[in-house]
Design a protein around this ligand. Sequence first.
Ligand code: NAG
Ligand code: NAG
Ligand code: NAG
Length: 377
Amino acid sequence: MVHAPCLLLLLLLPLLRVSAATPEPCELDDDNFRCVCNFTDPQPDWSSAFQCMTAVEVEIRGGGRSLEQFLKGANADPKQYADLVKTLRLRRLTVGAAQVPTLLLIAFLRVLGYSRLKELTLEDLEVTGTPPPQPLEAIGPALSTLSLRNVSWTTGGSWLAELQQWLKPGLEVLNIAQAHSLAFSCAQLRTFPALKTLDLSDNPELGERGLIAALCPHKFPVLRDLALRNAGMQTPNGVCAAIAAAGVQPHSLDLSHNSLRAAAPGSPACEWPSALSSLNLSFAGLEQVPKGLPAKLSVLDLSCNRLNRGPRADELAGVTNLILDGNPFLDPGPSKQQDVHQEDSMTSGVVAACAGSALTVGMSGTLALLRGAGGFA
Ligand SMILES: *[C@@H]1O[C@H](CO)[C@@H](O)[C@H](O)[C@H]1NC(C)=O
Ligand SMILES: *[C@@H]1O[C@H](CO)[C@@H](O)[C@H](O)[C@H]1NC(C)=O
Ligand SMILES: *[C@@H]1O[C@H](CO)[C@@H](O)[C@H](O)[C@H]1NC(C)=O
């Protein structure tokens, strides 16, 4: 029915006549800036996407359906669309809620190679089938930011290496949430020469062993910010060991929203990266300041924990900016006894400054349920 070589061409070609009865799946805002398509109709009017051609930000959701029908044209030479694609204002693109054959995804990236796209987000996608042979050179877009949330790949742990081959180098920010596999095939992975931010938050089953597998040594030479919110981390020391094994030198590390505990007595001390200056331990369920924190931190966020006393000076030597809001020891209320009513005192100390913690716990619980066991094997 629709013979478009790939999804992007839906933005370019009015393929089907607009049927008057159904509401338009796509909407372009008044400034021609943002265009959102949600193809939930069983017989969607794909040509509605044509109006997104002028937009800078485009979001396309496929209603959970398979996009296999567009595969027919995926072998077309993308060069023939080059002139058109070069004129697009498109900078940010989100594609979600669909089953996409790998060949179609790659065809799509090749066409986008002629665009000025900077940020690509893939969400709730099931990428099926095996990838085409690797390209001689990267001919996809020169992205600065790539974000993936809940994207599954038939190829398991090699997906990042395969995807990377199509992207021009220069990626600065990589976000991967709700991943189905973060056990990357490090031998296949190339270096990310410009990657400053790696965000692996919202992967509650990752854990410290998973982190070691994900942080391929020498592949992230200029990494500055590492975010591991809600990523199943257990002790700051374990994270330190994983970071040391990978040889990355982050300046900031976000461990918030993990339930952290103190390292087991006698566990080996770990040398933190010397550049690390900001550590976020907020919403981590901490009852005391963990031992063995980096010696020279300028920012330490301990907000929304269960600290019953303030940190002593010797516990936090060089910290210049210490954030302690939302801990029970700051609670002026009377329910501060630590005996029977500990639960109550914890909650009351936390409530005001830390609304939203329950939400996150609820969310990670749901994620864990949805994901089931063994997702990172
Ligand atoms: C798309 O439409 C479906 C069904 O109407 C709705 O549940 C979903 O929230 C919509 N998605 C977006 C991003 O608007
Ligand atoms: C993840 O994506 C799949 C489609 O690939 C979808 O069916 C599922 O509902 C999504 N899960 C969440 C938690 O959004
Ligand atoms: C630490 O993490 C929490 C929760 O993720 C966030 O709200 C807070 O802004 C972060 N603190 C700093 C100093 O960035």
